[in-house]
Design a protein around this ligand. Structure first.
Ligand code: SAM
Length: 345
C-alpha cells in the first residue's frame, strides 16, 4: 500500500510497532497461551496460573494479543474471559495439524537474536551467528542448527511446520505424472515428500539430508505412512545423490551463494539424464527485486544466501543444462518452478 503523504503516516506507525506485535505473538506462543486456551475461554487469573506467569504481566500480554487479533476477550456470565480465535485454533495451538507453533519458536529463538545485530550485519556483510549465539559459523546448518540434538529437533520441527502448510500447493503445482522416482534434496523430515506421494500416487520419494537430520526422522513420520517415502543420509556438497527422475529443491538454494549453488547444480547435472525434472520451490522475487517483502525481510538474517527472481534462477539452471518449463506462483509461502534437463549439456 502507498504511504499517505498528506495526513497521518499510519503505515509508518504500524511499521514502528511491528516488532512489538511479532514479539507478542512469539511470547504468547512460547508461554503456551494458545494451548491453555484451546478448549474454553479462561479468565485472566486462570491463564496466569496455567502459564505460570504473573497476573500483571499476563494481563498485558493477553490484552496486547487481543488488540492484534490473536485472541477474543468477551463477557461470559459476568466474567471477562479470553478465548482463541478460529485462526489461532488452526495455526497457533501447538498440536493442531497445521500449527505454525514450532516455526514461531524458531523465529523467536534463532531469528530474532540475529535481527538484534542487523546493523553490524549490514556494515560487515557477514552473518551474525557469533554475536548472537557465541559461535562462529561458516555453515549455519552444521555449526548452529545441527550442533546439539535438541537444536536439531527444534530446527526440524520448524521446517516441518512450514512444509506441512506449504507442501500441498508445491506438490500439486505441476503435472508430474511422467516421473516415477523423486529425490527431495535437503528434504528434512519428509513432510514435503509425503505431500508429493499423496498428490502423485505413482511417485516414490527419497529424502536426502544430513545424517543428524535423517537420524531423527522417525519423530515426524505420519501414522498412515505411505511406504513410498524412504530416507538417505549424506551431504549434498560431498556425497553422491540417489538416482531419480525428478529432483526437488525446496527452500535450499536461497541459503547458498551463487558459487555454492553452481557446485550443487553441477553435481545434479551430472546425476541427471536428459528429460529428468528439477522442481525448485522458493519465494520468487519479481523482476525488479522489490516484492514480496517477506522474501526480502527474510534475506536480512540469511548468512551467505540470497533471494532470487525467476530470471536469476533460470540463468543459474541454464548453465547446468536445465531449461525452465513452468512457473507457478502460489498464494502460499512458497512458489515453484519446474525445469527439465536438456538433451545434450
Ligand atoms: N526442503 C525442506 C523444506 O522445504 O521444508 C527443508 C528446507 S531447510 C531450509 C534446508 C535443509 O537442507 C535442511 O533440512 C538441512 O538439514 C538441509 N541441508 C543443509 N545442508 C545440507 C547438506 N550439505 N547436505 C544435505 N542436506 C543439507
Amino acid at each position: 500500500t502507498e504511504n499517505n503523504t498528506e495526513g497521518f503516516p499510519h503505515s509508518l506507525v504500524e511499521l514502528l510497532d511491528g516488532f512489538k506485535a511479532s514479539k507478542t505473538l512469539f511470547t504468547a506462543s512460547k508461554l503456551g497461551v494458545f494451548d491453555v486456551l484451546s478448549d474454553t475461554g479462561l479468565t485472566l487469573n486462570e491463564v496466569a496460573i496455567r502459564i505460570k506467569a504473573s497476573v500483571l504481566g499476563t494481563e498485558k500480554l493477553l490484552d496486547a494479543a487481543v488488540s492484534i487479533g490473536l485472541l477474543h476477550k468477551l463477557k461470559c456470565e459476568d466474567k471477562l474471559v479470553y478465548r482463541n480465535t478460529e485462526q489461532t485454533k488452526q495455526y497457533l495451538v501447538s498440536d493442531s495439524p497445521l500449527s505454525l507453533h514450532a516455526y514461531i519458536l524458531h523465529c523467536n529463538d534463532m531469528i530474532w537474536p540475529l535481527f538484534n545485530h542487523l546493523e553490524s550485519a549490514v556494515r560487515e556483510g557477514t552473518n551474525q551467528h557469533e554475536k548472537a549465539f557465541g559461535k562462529k559459523s561458516e555453515n549455519v546448518f552444521q555449526d548452529v542448527y545441527l550442533k546439539k540434538a535438541e537444536m536439531v529437533m527444534c530446527f526440524m520441527n520448524a521446517m516441518h511446520s512450514i512444509a506441512k502448510v506449504t507442501g500441498r500447493d508445491v506438490a500439486t503445482a505441476f503435472d508430474l505424472s511422467r516421473f516415477k522416482t523423486a529425490c527431495d534434496v535437503g528434504g528434512c523430515t519428509g513432510a514435503m515428500a509425503y505431500e508429493f506421494t499423496k498428490a502423485h500416487p505413482d511417485l516414490s520419494v527419497i529424502v536426502f539430508d544430513l545424517p543428524a537430520v535423517i537420524e531423527l526422522r522417525s519423530h515426524f513420520q505420519p501414522i498412515e505412512q505411505a511406504g513410498r517415502v524412504s530416507f538417505v543420509a549424506g551431504d549434498f556438497f560431498k556425497d553422491d545423490l540417489p538416482k531419480a527422475d525428478l529432483y526437488i529443491l525446496a527452500r535450499i538454494l536461497h541459503d547458498w551463494s551463487d558459487e555454492k549453488v553452481h557446485e550443487l547444480l553441477s553435481k545434479l547435472s551430472k546425476t541427471c539424464t536428459p528429460g529428468c525434472g528439477l522442481l525448485l520451490s522458493e519465494i520468487l522475487l519479481d523482476e525488479e527485486r522489490t516484492r514480496p517483502s517477506r522474501a526480502l525481510l527474510q534475506a536480512l538474517s540469511m548468512s551467505e544466501g540470497r533471494q532470487r527472481n525467476t530470471t536469476e534462477y533460470s540463468n543459474l539452471m541454464r548453465k547446468h543444462g536445465f531449461s525452465p518449463v513452468h512457473t507457478q506462483y502460489t498464494d502460499n509461502l512458497l512458489d515453484a518452478m519446474l525445469f527439465v534437463k536438456d538433451d545434450q549439456a
